[in-house]
Design a protein around this ligand. Structure first.
Ligand code: ATP
Length: 360
């Protein structure tokens, strides 16, 4: 029997709703597999916690989390707390302290989903790897001459050899395992003078170790257009923190929207826990109505299972989600249905049980 400790952070808005479906899925995995147990601890660190304590999580939070095998996050963000606080005091410290330098986001058109792109009804199946610890998202910089007509703001980008090498290496090794054996490097070396040529230069150096992989370099503006006009071309796409962030929301949009899209913040060496979360935020417009789509969170659990070396369970989760999508009888309103969060969660679980009889 293998035991895994999971730190659960339901968070804000729809986070707790989708998380409770995720917890049901973890329980079913235990029942189906028989050889795996999850020791789950839930942490109520969110914007309400901030309003009470003046911080998003306790001072020793990272010390507490570091001993878990994985972290499962619902969503963070509320109108009562500015985004730069909720993100910079909870999500970013976790990603950085635990060297989760890979942000992995599958962009896959699942069976049963009719994406918004006409004539692209299948064949969209790629992964975006976003650098997750440096790049454009730093707090280095500042403001000068505040409250004068000469006021100015400087924001520094940070690109290190170490940081670029490790993310490009990861992207190449993922491309080696995939069908098309192709890596697309997102860049903007024709506009950003220092950092992007440096990013390209190091990517080229690293690429020499992977002669079997076809590599192309694509400027971020053109690349965004290609995500719409020829998404079937891509296999693995790697981008800096900002570029990866923007590309993956676009990626989510072409395969059915935020309600489905999962992500993993991964420390490939497994020296620290990795964190799995839906791409979507707290969705305050629908929070509390019981209609949020739990698929993104449940698919994120699939990514977690793959990271914990249970590829068969990851596949079972994705197949079960697809069965529900194909049947079209139990879907939340974002996918054109009128089912509740709980009903979709239950339906996925029913499929998992049905399919597992065949797989295990
Ligand atoms: P935040 O500030 O926390 O990121 P947001 O409103 O800016 O919140 P999202 O939470 O990602 O961004 O929501 C964007 C839109 O997508 C909203 O209209 C929301 O209702 C919808 N949405 C996001 N997640 C889901 C979901 N799981 N199910 C249904 N709709 C969703």
């Amino acid at each position: 029997m293998k035991h895994y400790s999971i730190a659960v952070i339901p968070g804000d808005g729809i986070g707790p709703e989708v998380m409770s479906e995720g917890l049901k899925v973890l329980k079913v995995i235990e029942e189906i597999h028989g050889g795996v147990r999850f020791n789950k601890d839930s942490f109520e660190w969110n914007c309400d916690y901030y309003l009470k304590h003046g911080k998003m999580m306790p001072d020793n939070a990272l010390g507490i989390l570091k001993d878990y095998d994985s972290i499962l996050l619902g969503a963070i963000g509320a109108e009562s707390v500015p985004d730069h606080i909720s993100v910079w005091e909870l999500i970013l410290p976790i990603r950085r302290a635990f060297q989760q330098y890979i942000n992995l986001r599958p962009i896959k058109l699942l069976r049963g989903i009719e994406g918004p792109l006409r004539n692209k009804t299948n064949n969209i199946d790629f992964v975006v790897i976003r650098e997750n610890t440096e790049g454009e998202y730093t707090n280095i910089g500042g403001r000068l001459h505040q409250n004068t007509p000469y006021e100015l703001a400087v924001q520094n980008n940070v690109f290190t050899r170490y940081g670029i090498e490790r993310v490009i290496n990861y992207a190449y090794s993922l491309a080696e395992k995939r069908r098309k054996k192709r890596l697309t490097v997102a860049t903007k070396s024709n506009g950003i003078y220092h950092t992007m040529p440096y990013w390209d230069e190091i990517a080229k150096e690293v690429g020499q170790k992977y002669p079997k992989i076809k590599t192309d370099y694509c400027h971020i503006d053109a690349l965004s257009a290609y995500f719409v006009t020829k998404p079937e071309y891509f296999d693995v796409v790697v981008g800096s923190n900002l570029f990866g962030d923007i590309l993956t929301d676009l990626g989510a949009a072409i395969v059915g929207g935020l309600g489905i899209a999962p992500s993993g913040n991964i420390n490939p060496e497994k020296n620290f826990p990795s964190m799995f979360e839906p791409i979507h935020g707290s969705a305050p417009d629908i929070a509390g109505k019981g209609i949020s789509n739990p698929i993104a969170l449940i698919w994120s659990i699939g990514l977690m299972m793959e990271h914990l070396n249970f590829k068969n369970i990851a596949d079972l989760i994705v197949k079960s989600i697809e069965e529900v999508l194909v049947a079209r009888t139990v879907l939340t309103p974002d996918l054109g249905g009128n089912a509740s969060t709980v009903e979709v969660g239950d339906q996925i679980i029913e499929e998992m049980i049905k399919l597992s009889v065949k797989s295990f």
